[in-house]
Design a protein around this ligand. Structure first.
Ligand SMILES: Nc1ncnc2c1ncn2[C@@H]1O[C@H](COP(=O)(O)OP(=O)(O)O)[C@@H](O)[C@H]1O
Ligand SMILES: [Mg+2]
Length: 284
């Protein structure tokens, strides 16, 4: 049975899409059968894998509307992951779902027919806590929460973990928090290190190894591939391989390290966390 992983954070620009694409490509190179699902009407995942949402025949919107099944909408990407593309129609499809009975389980039901066909299914969420993100959490075995190590950028994480705890309680008792994933991390930045320390203290969930900041991440999608294909030995690619291998090890040993969701402690921002001083290195 495929493991279903939701990659979620209601904040945009924290590397959800990059993480889904890069982990997917890393898993394919480890010999796994991988399905990626684009649940964002902005279609960044679809675009970044070289597929033009304007020309796809079917998309996740048609699946959500119940018009086609998942296998009809599925495409093969150049790196070997299968993809359910999204289009801007997903906004309307999500709105149509609002009055539907069992509206949180549409994605789960869609995935059921392919669960035995894949080893890993990664769900790329939109930057919202709307119905499609709830659907992703209701369908997932685990959730990964990418976040940037900047002072204001993890403020929504507590709210997301509360939502995950609610979904666990009300909709999906299988759901586990695999971890927070610090992205665009610059270990030379005093500020980033302080925020990472604060994140580790603040939330009662595992914190995965950071993904370094690198311009190579911005370059790869412009040619329709991931950093795993364009720069496989770069520090960024190696960081995603490390995460993928860590997940494989954890699954082999029964997923011991994933935390059951719990509401995070409300704590104040640690005094060690401060905005970067003028001129402090933050770029690379
Ligand atoms: N580790 C990284 N270093 C530098 N840039 C990154 C990194 N990860 C992602 N990016 C870039 O940050 C931007 C936002 O990433 P994206 O994955 O689209 O975020 P999200 O899906 O959370 O909105 C993209 O331009 C992407 O190329
Ligand atoms: Mg995205």
């Amino acid at each position: 049975m495929g493991r279903v992983i939701a990659v979620a954070n209601q904040k945009g620009g924290v590397a959800k899409t990059t993480s889904v694409a890069s982990l997917g490509a890393a898993f394919v190179l480890r010999g796994l059968r991988v399905l990626l699902v684009d649940l964002d009407p902005q279609s960044s995942l679809t675009f970044s894998l070289g597929i033009d949402p304007d020309v796809v025949e079917y998309s996740i919107s048609d699946v959500v509307r119940g018009e086609v099944d998942l296998t009809t909408a599925r495409l093969r990407t150049s790196e070997g992951m299968d993809l359910i593309p999204s289009t801007i129609d997903l906004l309307a499809a999500e709105a149509m779902l609002l009055p539907a009975p069992q509206r949180e389980f549409v994605v789960r039901r869609g995935l059921e027919e392919v669960l035995s066909t894949y080893d890993v299914i990664l769900l790329d969420c939109s930057p919202s806590l709307g119905l499609l993100t709830l659907n992703a959490l209701a369908a997932a075995d685990e959730v990964i929460v990418p976040l940037q190590c900047e002072m204001l950028s993890h403020r929504g994480v507590g709210q997301l973990l509360d939502t995950v705890a609610d979904v666990h309680r009300l909709l999906n008792p299988r759901l586990r928090v695999r971890g927070l994933l610090p992205t665009m991390y610059d270990k030379r930045s005093v500020h980033a290190r302080a925020v990472l320390g604060d994140v580790k203290r603040r939330y009662r969930v595992p914190v995965l190894n950071p993904i370094p900041r690198s311009v190579k991440f911005a370059e790869a999608p412009s040619v329709g591939t991931t950093i795993i294909a364009t720069s496989p030995s770069s520090s960024g690619a190696r960081a995603y391989f490390r995460i993928a291998d860590g997940l494989l090890r954890a699954w082999r040993f029964g997923g011991r390290k994933a935390a059951p969701p719990a509401a995070p402690r409300p704590t104040r921002m640690a005094p060690s966390v401060r905005p970067p001083a003028p001129g402090e290195a933050d770029a690379m």
